[in-house]
Ligand binder design. Structure first.
Ligand code: NAP
Length: 287
């Protein structure tokens, strides 16, 4: 790190990251520690954080669906550092199923994590950031915050919500010296794929007489082939490098969309409009 970068980075430390038990959160915590940042790596099950602690991260239990847990985590950092410098809202997962058949209780639980957890963590760190006159909030959205595939509608809805909240927040807090950044990963090899498959297997996919059986089977196949295709999928270290960039940039971009495939899909959606998009989806999801 150059001297000026180091000074800048220090002024936006400590970095609090949610969902560090695996995948993108773990890789980001590891990379930030190696880059010299003060990192609070958190997870619902703190025993999953032993390797990060050994690498130099401070570790803490944090469940973003628990008010008590979120408040305690932010209070501890404020006691030790005055305020959270950078919040990386990473915790999230995909509860898949068709709009008609998905279990709405499970969908609500996903919204609690992906949307309300992110929102509440943001509310908790903002007063300290405003008092400090500096801060950065990095929200891990998805290419799925810009495009939508069948069977993933409710998951995509959580990420579209993250995009909207981030846009509103960026304007609301700019005057306080706080940056809001959205990171939009494409297909990334983490625990995410297994969670998606499990949600389908335990939900809509468990109903063989479903009118959507073909579509759901197609979704499972597309998901598996996407994640196993080295031309489409990247490792979590790749997203971590972008998060590091977003943490350290003097003037971060408002959005970082990752992977060439994700960029192509978002461009097709944005430039092509609904009919082009529906045709593209129809080719991918025979139903
Ligand atoms: P992952 O390996 O499954 O990691 C998800 C993390 O979120 C885990 O640490 C998990 O903890 C945590 N989490 C879930 N519920 C939580 C809660 N209530 N409180 C705190 N932590 C919770 O998947 P990932 O790909 O790294 O996911 C990270 C983020 O990237 C997510 O927001 C995801 O939507 C986004 N993303 C992923 C992809 C992809 O293809 N992988 C693409 C675009 C966006 P537990 O171990 O306790 O469950």
């Amino acid at each position: 790190m150059r001297d000026t970068d180091a000074m800048r980075a220090t002024s936006l430390d400590p970095v609090l990251i949610t969902g560090c038990s695996s995948g993108i959160g773990k890789a980001a915590a590891d990379l930030l520690v190696k880059a010299g940042h003060t990192v609070y790596a958190t997870a619902r099950r703190p025993e999953t954080l032993a390797d990060l602690e050994e690498a130099g991260a401070r570790v803490m239990a944090l469940d973003v669906t628990s008010e008590e847990s979120m408040t305690a985590a932010v209070q501890r950092i404020e006691t030790e550092h005055g305020r959270v410098g950078t919040l990386v809202n990473n915790a999230g997962y995909g509860e898949y199923g068709t709009v008609e058949e998905a279990d709405l209780d499970k969908v609500r639980t996903m919204f609690e994590t992906n949307v309300f957890g992110l929102a509440r963590m943001t509310q908790l760190v903002l007063p300290g950031m405003r008092r400090a006159g500096r801060g950065r909030i990095i929200n891990i959205s998805s290419m799925g915050g810009r495009i939508t595939f069948p069977v993933g509608g409710y998951y995509h809805a959580t990420k579209h919500a993250v995009e909207a909240i981030s846009d509103a927040l960026r304007s609301e807090v700019r005057g306080f010296g706080i940056d809001v950044v959205v990171v939009e990963p494409g297909i990334t090899r983490t625990g995410f794929e297994d969670t998606v498959h499990a949600s389908v297997a335990n939900g809509a996919g468990a109903q063989p007489d479903s009118p959507y059986a073909t579509l759901i089977a197609q979704n499972v196949q597309n998901t598996s082939s996407g994640y196993s295709n080295p031309l489409l999928a990247v490792g979590p270290e790749s997203v971590a490098r972008t998060i590091l960039k977003a943490v350290e940039a003097d003037r971060p971009k408002t959005r970082y969309l990752l992977t060439p495939a994700a960029k192509a899909l978002v461009a097709a959606r944005t430039l092509g409009g609904d009919r082009v998009w529906d045709t593209l989806v129809k080719q991918q999801f025979k139903h």
